[in-house]
Design a protein around this ligand. Structure first.
Ligand code: FAD
Length: 447
């Protein structure tokens, strides 16, 4: 099920018609086509519609998981689809030709070249297109165990991150108030399922919070005795990184007091804990940091998909046999040098830019560009304070230097200067004091 409402950007011409269908009666096909192109160019600018999308994308705020969520208030990193970087004059002028609709695409009809759109609280609409760029990303997947979702929330959106933060803080509050030792132990046991970057980063973040941030906050419990268990069916943590980095990550997790259990499949999750490899772990908080699956919209394109359900795209990120249909980012899979491209932001950003350029060239009557090629700037995982892992080409770093690089990159990518400054100040404060500015715990409404 898709979380609602979802944000989607649809590029439109200034005249509020969706790009295309400008043919007027009496025009020859050729003239109509030329005029059409001219109008599109005038309305959309040289970079074209998808470029703007990709510009927005390039500057899009980091996902909650890219941020140390307990540190960054949601508003500082939240989506600002309606406004790209104010300082980017090219983006500002291009946005004049773009309409942003907060709506959910519920259907794609390739024959009539239209998408069915659902607006919150309004009637559904049909929007026609000449070009469709699908960048619908992925959603959490419980690998055919959807019953786990009730007990093990996932981390994908800012709302998920806030719910998880609240759940974690509530567990400490409940542990403080109970007189039952076993129950206290259960409440202070956190289990994370999935030891990819999300699981590793979150486990380290909880460990850091328990050991440092909450240290002197309770009278009856000692948060430093919190037990954090990280589970994975694979043989090692961070399987997408080199083995040497994975070993360093496991050592760092051990130092932070995180217990890592690999090669073990989760069999059952309920409100009291988790069963893994036949063993029971009582826990008050189980978090799902395992799989993802693409948006169901991908299936509607009728394109070939990989095992995970991502659209297999051609060298121009196009869907074979369908003119003007592209899939980019996490929703697509493309093999480069014998390996599928990773589901990371850089791939999505570069693909968005590429498709923007492709469409602009086509509209301008230029030659198609070379096939898309991903330029890998490197991968990072941050494991608590002062420790990150960085892999870029042959460079493999672990420790404090990549941690500072990571912090710098994340501040630079926050939208708007005021957010950058605010987060920077908060991080300085947290770095030197170990404290966080606010610790909100959601309350159930009082009836
Ligand atoms: C927990 C987590 C941590 C991550 N950490 C990192 C990291 O540290 N570094 C990194 O590079 N990458 C990271 N990633 C991956 C990165 O977030 C993605 O690769 C990137 O966001 C993909 O961009 P995208 O545009 O393809 O999809 P998304 O950014 O997911 O955007 C898809 C958008 O489409 C919308 N949408 C979906 N379906 C519909 C519909 N039917 N109608 C309308 N709108 C729809 C969604 O609401 C969403 O806004 C992480 C991902 C997760 C889940």
């Amino acid at each position: 099920m898709l979380p609602a409402p979802r944000a989607m950007t649809i590029a439109r011409a200034k005249n509020e018609r969706v790009i295309g269908h400008f043919t007027t009666a009496g025009q020859s096909q050729k003239t109509a086509c030329r005029d059409h192109r001219r109008r599109l160019r005038r309305h959309c600018g040289r970079q074209g519609i998808a470029t703007l999308r990709s510009r927005c994308h390039g500057h899009r705020p980091p996902q909650p998981s890219h941020l140390p969520t307990p540190v960054v208030p949601g508003g500082n990193g939240s989506a600002r689809t309606r406004r790209c970087r104010r300082t980017d004059s090219a983006a500002v002028s291009a946005t004049k030709n773009v309409s942003v609709l907060l709506a959910e695409v519920i259907g794609v009809d390739l024959e009539s070249r239209s998408v069915d759109v659902k607006y919150p609280g309004a009637a559904d609409k049909k929007i026609t297109f000449d070009y469709l760029v699908l960048a619908a990303g992925v959603q959490s997947s419980y690998f055919s165990h959807n019953e786990f979702a009730k007990y093990a929330p996932c981390l994908k959106t800012i709302t998920d991150a806030q719910a998880i933060r609240s759940k974690i803080l509530s567990a400490f509050e409940l542990a403080e108030s109970t007189d039952d030792e076993d129950e206290r132990r259960r409440l202070m046991t956190f289990v994370l399922v999935g030891a990819g970057p999300t699981g590793v980063e979150l486990a380290a973040s909880i460990a850091q919070m328990a050991k440092t941030t909450l240290r002197a906050n309770f009278r009856r419990i000692d948060p430093a005795t919190t037990s954090i268990v990280l589970l994975d069916g694979a043989k090692r943590v961070l399987p997408s990184f080199a083995e040497s980095s994975s070993v360093k990550a496991a050592q760092r997790l051990a130092k932070l007091g995180v217990k890592v259990i690999t090669s073990a499949m989760v069999e059952h999750i309920d409100d009291q804990g988790v069963t893994v490899g036949g063993k029971r772990i009582d826990s008050g908080t189980v978090l799902w940091t395992a799989g993802v699956s693409p948006s169901p919209i991908v299936k509607m394109l009728g394109a070939a998909t990989d095992r995970a359900g991502r659209a297999c795209v051609g060298p121009f990120l196009n869907v074979a046999d369908s003119r003007g249909i592209f899939v980019v980012g996490d929703a697509a899979t493309l093999i480069q040098d014998g390996r599928p491209l990773p589901g990371v932001a850089q791939v999505a950003i570069q693909q968005g830019r590429y498709v923007g350029g492709f469409i602009a060239r086509e509209l301008g009557g230029g030659k198609p560009p070379r096939p898309f090629r991903y330029f890998d700037k490197g991968n990072m995982a941050v494991i608590g304070k002062n420790f990150a892992i960085l892999e870029s080409g042959r460079i493999k770093l672990a420790g404090i230097i990549p941690w500072f690089i990571w912090a710098f990159i994340h501040i630079m990518f926050l939208p708007q200067l005021q957010n950058q400054r605010r987060v920077q100040n908060q991080w300085f404060w947290s770095y030197f004091t170990g404290q966080r500015s606010s610790r909100l715990v959601d309350e159930a409404p009082r009836i």
